[in-house]
Design a protein around this ligand. Sequence first.
Ligand SMILES: Cc1cc2nc3c(=O)[nH]c(=O)nc-3n(C[C@H](O)[C@H](O)[C@H](O)COP(=O)(O)O)c2cc1C
Length: 168
Amino acid sequence: MNTVLYEALRARRVTRNMTPEPVDSSHLDLVVQAARYAPNAGNRRLQTIVPVADQRMLQLLRQVSPGMVARPMAAVVICIDTARAVDFGFDPHAPGLFIDVGTAAATMLLAAQAVGLASCPVTSFSRAAVARLLALGPGQDPRLIICLGHAAADQPPAMDASHQPAHA
Ligand SMILES: Cc1cc2nc3c(=O)[nH]c(=O)nc-3n(C[C@H](O)[C@H](O)[C@H](O)COP(=O)(O)O)c2cc1C
């Protein structure tokens, strides 16, 4: 049993209160590189990983992201490369493309844990605004943002799913 790995899985929890401590650029690189180790349907890699370290850009991203409670000091935006997906003959809304966003996200969240960074995935954001801010090409569809930083001592309570309606 790999207890270190299992403990990392157990200990990773979302962080919605981050300190102003900067994120080391080498740590951000390691998180980005980890996407390459995620399982990916057909190994086609139809996702684009966009790192964001510019503080002004992070503030702007937060302004268009109602679900971004944390004030991240870095972020990673996972996009579906719809242009390449269509070249491969896929419907750009094919479920597999979204599953691969999830595997990339889960792997990068664990990589963040491994390098000592706190993290929070966010899907509640304006995709059009994020695409515009990051000057993404028309074939790039931002689908998930991973906020990165260092955990503050006090954290909001974990979400209580029992009060939320089930949805598809
Ligand atoms: C696809 C996905 C989207 C999420 N979107 C948000 C979000 O917009 N804002 C947020 O604060 N947390 C978001 N989360 C984090 C979840 O709320 C969190 O993982 C869940 O409450 C369980 O907490 P834990 O990861 O610490 O166990 C998202 C998680 C996933 C997997």
